[in-house]
Design a protein around this ligand. Structure first.
Ligand code: ADP
Length: 176
């Protein structure tokens, strides 16, 4: 166990498709319109069905660094938490701070909705171009910090899709 908090045993790493996971909530790497896009966003909307877009239309978008929750519809997950990470613009536009905020906001929104198990994709590291190594460091730091303060969250799963992210997380989480 990690010190006395047990954060290590509450963090899991998998490689695969986040839309298949049966957890309380999966996180979507959305854009600020919340009206769908490519990458994991497109996959989530396809798997959840058109009702997801209908609910998203009622939300009036979402700021970068923030997150909003919807139901999961046809997904095995009960909820989708739509997070808007920053687009990488060279690193001088508060991108690290905004990415950290997106992770934190997901966890806060999860907590107020009584979510106990939550799965994250690697927000901003696809189309948005955030360098993968610092993105992984930020994600892991924010999740560990939140878990230390919130024993009510039972499990956080990092879902990596590409090999590079999987290897990075494996190394940084020190798992095999
Ligand atoms: P962003 O615009 O925030 O960069 P992307 O969807 O382009 O969002 O990419 C975010 C991450 O999600 C990338 O690492 C990408 O490989 C990954 N990804 C794409 N499809 C899936 C999926 N079905 N399940 C999990 N992760 C996925």
């Amino acid at each position: 166990m990690d010190s006395e908090t047990g954060t290590k045993t509450r963090i899991e790493l998998i490689r695969g498709d986040i839309t298949k996971l049966q957890v309380d909530a999966i996180v979507n790497a959305a854009n600020s319109s919340l009206l769908g896009g490519g990458g994991v966003d497109g996959a989530i909307h396809r798997a959840a069905g058109p009702e997801l877009l209908e609910e998203c239309r009622t939300l009036n978008g979402c700021d970068t660094g923030d997150a909003k929750i919807t139901k999961g519809y046809r997904l095995p997950a009960k909820y989708v938490i739509h997070a808007v990470g920053p687009r990488w613009r060279g690193g001088g536009q508060r991108e690290p701070e905004l990415l950290a905020s997106a992770y934190r906001r997901c966890l806060e929104v999860a907590n107020v909705n009584n979510v106990k198990t939550i799965a994250f994709p690697n927000i901003s590291t696809g189309i948005y171009g955030f360098p993968k190594e610092p993105a992984a460091e930020i994600a892991i730091r924010e999740v560990r910090r939140f878990l230390e303060q919130h024993p009510e969250i039972e499990k956080v799963i990092f879902v990596t899709f590409d090999r590079e992210n999987y290897e990075l997380y494996r190394r940084k989480l020190n798992v095999s």
